[in-house]
Design a protein around this ligand. Sequence first.
Ligand SMILES: Cc1cc2nc3c(=O)[nH]c(=O)nc-3n(C[C@H](O)[C@H](O)[C@H](O)COP(=O)(O)O)c2cc1C
Ligand SMILES: Nc1ncnc2c1ncn2[C@@H]1O[C@H](COP(=O)(O)OP(=O)(O)O)[C@@H](O)[C@H]1O
Length: 320
Amino acid sequence: MLVIKDFDQTQPIRQPLHSATPIVATVGFFDGVHLGHRYLLKQVRDEARRRGGWAMAITFSVHPRRVLDVSYRPQMLTTTEEKLGFIAESGMDCCTILDFTPALAKLPAKDFMQYFLRDKLGVSVLLMGYDHHFGSDRLVGLAPYKALGASLGIEVLKAEAYKNDDLTLSSSLIRRCLEAGNIACVNSSLGRRYDLKGHVVEGHHIGRDLGFPTANLEPDDPQKCLPGRGVYAVFAEIRGKTYPAMLNIGFRPTLNDGNKVTIETHLFGFEGNAYGEALTLSFVHRLRDEQRFDSLETLRHQLQQDADNTLHILNDYANQ
Ligand SMILES: Cc1cc2nc3c(=O)[nH]c(=O)nc-3n(C[C@H](O)[C@H](O)[C@H](O)COP(=O)(O)O)c2cc1C
Ligand SMILES: Nc1ncnc2c1ncn2[C@@H]1O[C@H](COP(=O)(O)OP(=O)(O)O)[C@@H](O)[C@H]1O
């Protein structure tokens, strides 16, 4: 997939695609690239194939609301790199990443369509998500976009909505499920397991004495959403191998460890030193709340139970 980014948005960009090729595009932030997004991207791809053209996703480097409201700092379901990977998997030929600058935020829909979609990117067909809108004039419904498109030579088509048991899928709904530890909802909405990538850093070296050494994860992207505090059954990938694992996200109240959230994972069947290694955690199920125990012995006892539950759950999951 061709990625167009970091270009001077005040200048026309060099048309990177063959100019006679129709470009079928859609615009969105696509955080999480969930099943609803994928359904929209599939329609873009199918339309592009029908017309012998290119399928293009147009997205933004930072969340548009953050430019309009500087205090808005959403945690993200996907890093930009992950998002590009999933957009490519959805069959896009090209993804354009626009810098959502204050100047861009001020553009009414007509100017955005004319300068960005038509003149810079050469878009000839635009698929609009069923509830999507853009432009500072906040036009409502598909009709005004269709009319603008007609005046600019861009055919505007309505994309069909993704239907999932009457539930309207959205990135914010998935973020709320993640915070609540409802991993089943998160994973079924994404169409894959939610994961978290990072590197292993040193902790307090207590885990090994408990009989459960834990690899402490420092996420690579601090903006990526963490599931809510609690104990989870996960799969953990390290050095190209995947292990069943259990983890705790929280403050470790038994150790009175202060207010820094730690992500500690015990990998079943892993031995050796993991410090500095890349680690990917992919979430399957939330087991319980984090608790404060009276002693390390009671914590150890609980960890043994967590281990039994985790192996049981992951075994069932793998056999589904
Ligand atoms: C599956 C799992 C569940 C945990 N549950 C709790 C808990 O409920 N309360 C708590 O204080 N610490 C909990 N911990 C955190 C342990 O206290 C922590 O892993 C241990 O102290 C080792 O810390 P260290 O890696 O810094 O040595 C849990 C850890 C794991 C792996
Ligand atoms: N099965 C395992 N799961 C997690 N970490 C393991 C495992 N076996 C060995 N280790 C190593 O032990 C370290 C964790 O031991 P621990 O006593 O909890 O120390 P720390 O407090 O530094 O995390 C991990 O970072 C990793 O290098």
